[in-house]
Design a protein around this ligand. Structure first.
Ligand SMILES: [Zn+2]
Length: 364
């Protein structure tokens, strides 16, 4: 049977300076009893304004500062709180781990879920899946949900006050979206949510890319100065919504497999988005893209501070690169969405060639 086309997104998306002050007003239809699963920095940056949004209301609020990772036992702890405190809505306040754990908690308990991202570094807030870890920190599984979050609320001033390196990483993750979608559509691969790719999904991926190119540099300047400008707001929308919803609906390709290859080495600290940006250049090499397009993406990376050489991601031995190439090409990896498929040997060659072109561009 032919695969049905499908489009998924959060039911509600709210973004802007001072959005936290409107939290209660925007979400009140969901319930009266709230559990906020916060990262440490998420609690510090959001607690005061969230409380202000409840002024004069008698809603029950519980804040849990979440120190761990989204592991089975941490999620169980949150489930117990939902049960004993009769929670209606689980709210994630923070980065990746808090978001993944809160999503899983709400799903297992059949409750509503709201995401408040406090950094714009990854696609996690808007997508319909979590990464779950074992208690020892090793990867357990991707947990796929039947729906995307009930709501995502982003306060632009929180992002403006977060370190700029997270925004740059988010732009790296967002850079891959259009090219990964373009590759997946060429082969009629399914989306991340296993539906056929829609025109709407591709249009969002393209809007993500266009926004990055137009406003990326200006957004970085705004974030460095901790102020919200229209350019920064445009880039927050690109990195949180357009990139997240885009990726969910058009799938990933070589850049995300390259990232998984890098993490398979263990101990590498390179940001997800920085690996995805370099992985986008690798994909263009694999696709034998036009010289003009390749150099154009290199220019963008240089403009916003994303890597165009391996050395900017870390120290890799030749053996490391072979391991990355091998693990990026295992069965089920999104690199296989590329036309003509990719072998570890071909990926290794593309990594070396992309790095060499980057070095040449830097005059090294
Ligand atoms: Zn990503």
């Amino acid at each position: 049977m032919k695969r049905l086309r499908m489009m998924r997104a959060p039911l509600k998306y709210v973004q802007g300076k001072g959005a936290l002050l409107q939290f209660r007003k925007e979400m009140e239809y969901m319930g009266k009893r709230w559990l906020f699963v916060c990262s440490n920095s998420g609690y510090n940056s959001c607690h005061e304004d969230l409380e202000k949004s409840f002024e004069g209301e008698d809603d029950y609020r519980r804040y849990e500062v979440f120190g761990g990772m989204s592991s089975i036992s941490e999620i169980k702890k949150m489930q117990d709180i939902v049960e004993t405190d009769k929670i209606d809505v689980v709210v994630a306040v923070g980065g990746g781990s808090a978001v993944d754990a809160a999503k899983a908690t709400a799903y297992y308990m059949g409750k509503r879920i709201v995401i408040i991202p406090t950094v714009a570094a990854t696609d996690a807030p808007c997508t319909g899946l979590s990464v779950i870890y074992n208690d020892d920190g090793s990867f357990n599984k991707y947990l796929f949900y039947p729906q995307n979050p009930d709501a995502v609320l982003v306060d632009s001033s929180v992002i403006a006050n977060a370190p700029v390196k997270f925004l740059i990483a988010g732009m790296g993750d967002a850079l891959g979206t259009y090219f990964e979608g373009r590759a997946s559509l060429r082969t009629e691969s399914p989306s991340l949510e296993s539906g056929g790719i829609t025109r709407a999904g591709m249009a969002i991926a393209k809007a993500c890319y266009d926004t990055l190119r137009k406003y990326g540099k200006a957004a970085i300047t705004a974030c460095e100065n901790n102020v919200v400008t229209p350019a920064l707001d445009a880039i927050i929308e690109a990195t949180v919504y357009l990139s997240g919803v885009g990726a969910d609906n058009v799938n990933c390709a070589a850049p995300h497999s390259f990232y998984n290859g890098v993490t398979s080495l263990g101990g590498h600290e390179a940001y997800h988005g920085n690996c995805v940006a370099f992985g986008t250049l690798i994909q263009l090499t694999l696709e034998c893209a036009d010289k003009a397009e390749f150099e154009d993406i290199q220019n963008f990376c240089l403009e916003v501070g994303l890597p165009i050489t391996l050395a900017e991601l870390g120290d890799f031995t030749d053996e490391d690169l072979h391991t990355i190439a091998k693990n990026a090409c295992v069965k089920g990896e999104t690199i296989h969405n590329l036309a003509g498929d990719v072998t570890p040997d071909e990926l290794y060659a593309a990594i070396i060639a992309t790095d060499a072109l980057g070095k040449a561009r830097l005059g090294k």
